[in-house]
Write a protein that binds this ligand. Sequence first.
Ligand SMILES: [Mn+2]
Length: 410
Amino acid sequence: MSALASLGKLCSYNEKMKKNPLGTYNIAGFLRDCWQKKPLVLRGIAPVLADALRRDDLIDLACRDDAESRLIIGSGRRWEVRHGPFRKRDFAGLPARRWTLLVNGVDTLVPAARQLQNDFGFIPYARQDDVMVSYAAPGGGVGPHFDSYDVFLLQGAGTRRWQISNQRDLSLLEDAPLKILSRFRAQQDWRMQSGDLLYLPPHHAHHGVAISECLTWSIGMRAPTQREIGSEFLDYLQDQLQDGEVYRDPGLKPQAHRAEIGPQMQKALRRMVERIRWGDTDIDRCIGQMLSEPRQNVVFSPEPPINTQVFSDELVKRGLQLDLKTRLLFDRKLFFINGEAVSITASDTKLFRRLADERALAAGQGISHKARVLLQCWHEAGYVHFGDAPKTVVARRSPQQRSTARRKPG
Ligand SMILES: [Mn+2]
């Protein structure tokens, strides 16, 4: 692709970033009135999604080892859950109704899903978890339930009926293989068509059933629990500890009970624990590392090293973009990429912030020596790629390519 063409694509990408995913609904108003507070339904805001993935594309994804997929069959009180990766033939014998296929982490596999997360960037990336896409046969769904996190449910192709409730009774069916509310009482009822959006705050009960076969995109949020951040921070502290200091007792005296842990020993060991120190800098660093950690099962494909001059030329000519699996965040002091903290020279901060916000750098950028060295490391690690065509792509294949693919062994 020519530099000009790739620049053009990045410009339209940036243009889309600025577009309001809530249509004419005001984002500040949404955050003030709805976010973490109450549901919202918006009609016809993203009809383009109707065609971004089809049933067979989702089945292709569910057959990959690097996708997290579940097949849920049933309704009412009878449910069955199967876990992926699947084989194509697993879908051949399914009933015509009442099943659904869910694939999580689609943002790490399909550019359109990543784009959707970018569009919802008015919620900080640090709060975003993943994009889940579900296909449901008529009558299919996962039953009435609640989630612990905020979610935006965007209707792709087809129609789904959503019933929701802010009921307090969140008790669950016993012995069910998934979380199903035992007493769901719908308070509101909608038919969501292609391009309609439903926002739900955490713990809001909901029940979605496919009217016709349909695809739904869930832009899911994340919120660390105290246990998660606490356990992460204790791990972080452990990594900071040095093995240098060893307990010593040159003044040891005879003691009456040889099995007793003596008070002198306790005191000295308490002091050793008390000498472990941390401050806000440590906590902030740990938070950044934790939030930029890639999803489970994510593996990057390293690139063979290339000549420095070739790298620089390609960078200027084609620009750069983050791998779909890469998480790049920053705070006021540091950058965090895939679980590692990196400090960036003040003069390069603007460039790296742009790369983190837009998940891409346009072609034709002037880049310092230090920035080039770091970006080349990230390129070799498979964290970033040249150009605006993501490395991990599920492209819609032509019928001819489909038959070629089928002939391949395995
Ligand atoms: Mn849900």
